[in-house]
Design a protein around this ligand. Structure first.
Ligand code: NAP
Length: 304
């Protein structure tokens, strides 16, 4: 019997890689839509590679044809050059339209907690628009709303540890008492491929079991990487400036203004009950020796 075909956007990237791994482990056939060449596949020839080219709609439809489920992780972390949140939104709508035309049965879409068309933050607003397009698409759907993802390769928590390992001072925007609720990336992948995500329409928080204040999280990381670091409370604008200077050092965008604002507005927590089980504190016990050893570069991933 032929195994079911799933299409995953960005299977050589971050979340998509964990989703693809779990689908392969379940015996499904996996095709990815990505700008990466097949030679960058961590799965050898197990995952079929097709281009993620929004300029070629017919090709998108052809690449989605035959798929039962589309696992969509496509989004941009920040605008750069001609690629804005508005472009990312219209690209997402095009992908959804192509999935409908290709006869895809279901979409499992990775959104973000607190996505809203009314948000003053463009990242969250664009996500809200895409969520609505999915609800109105006629496709069967599951929308996952993660808080902030972590692993040894993530660009926020892992990179905070990277800075803590190297510098005696760490800037904190404002009081640092705003909440953050990390969720393990592989737990999100598990939710995505879970049989529960395969039927019925709805949105589900992808939420870890522990919430910290941002300062608590930084202190936890500093303890785990065994560093005594001075946490310097700064106005948000100066913290952002410091992150831009750090960006020059690592040749990356370390933090965006929307991320600082979203974090301080308490948008990186969920009102939903936790849906995943890995506790950040326990993960840190096991991974403390390795977290922050390697800097994870967003520009390196997507622009070089
Ligand atoms: N990372 C987090 O902490 C977090 C938290 C909450 C929600 N999310 C959501 O989770 C989803 C996956 O995030 P991720 O961090 O795992 O993303 P990712 O793997 O870095 O990228 C996911 C997909 O978006 C494409 N993409 C990303 N940046 C791009 C760019 N600048 N130009 C063109 N294509 C780009 C990738 O294309 P290629 O395959 O060609 O690289 C890939 O198909 C996103 O929808 C994000 O909003 C993430």
């Amino acid at each position: 019997m032929q195994s079911k075909l799933s299409v995953v956007t960005g299977a050589f990237g971050y979340t998509g890689r964990y989703i693809a791994r779990r689908l392969l482990d379940q015996g499904e056939s996996v095709r990815t839509l990505t700008r990466s060449p097949a030679s960058r596949s961590p799965f050898g020839t197990q995952v079929e590679t097709r281009p993620l080219d929004f300029g070629n709609y017919e090709q998108l439809v052809a690449s989605l044809t035959g798929a039962d489920t589309l696992y969509n992780t496509y989004w941009i972390r920040f605008p750069r050059g001609s690629l804005t949140y508005e472009t990312a939104t219209s690209n997402s709508l095009l992908l959804i339209r192509a999935a409908v035309e290709a006869g895809v049965r279901r979409i499992v879409h990775v959104s973000i907690t607190n996505a809203s068309e009314d948000s003053s933050l463009r990242y969250f607003r664009g996500k809200g628009v895409v969520e609505r397009a999915i609800r109105e698409s006629g496709l069967s759907y599951a929308i996952l709303r993660p808080t902030v993802l972590y692993s040894l390769e993530d660009v926020l928590i892992n990179n905070i540890a990277w800075f803590l390992r190297r510098f005696p001072v760490f800037p904190i925007a404002g009081s640092g008492d705003y909440p953050i609720q990390p969720v393990l990336v592989d737990d999100v992948a598990q939710l995505a491929v879970n049989p529960g995500a395969k039927k019925g329409n709805g949105a589900l928080g992808a939420v870890g079991p522990e919430t910290f204040t941002f300062e608590e999280l930084v202190r936890l990381l500093a303890r785990r990487v065994k560093r005594r670091v001075w946490l310097m409370h700064l106005p948000p604008s100066l913290t952002f400036l410091a992150s831009q200077m750090a960006g020059l050092l690592v040749r990356d965008v370390v933090l965006t203004k929307d991320e600082v604002d979203g974090l301080m507005a308490g948008l990186l927590v969920s009102a939903d009950a936790p849906t995943t089980s890995t506790r950040f504190t326990e993960w840190l016990q096991v991974n403390g020796a390795n977290v922050g050893r390697r800097y994870a570069s967003e520009l390196g991933r997507h622009y070089r």
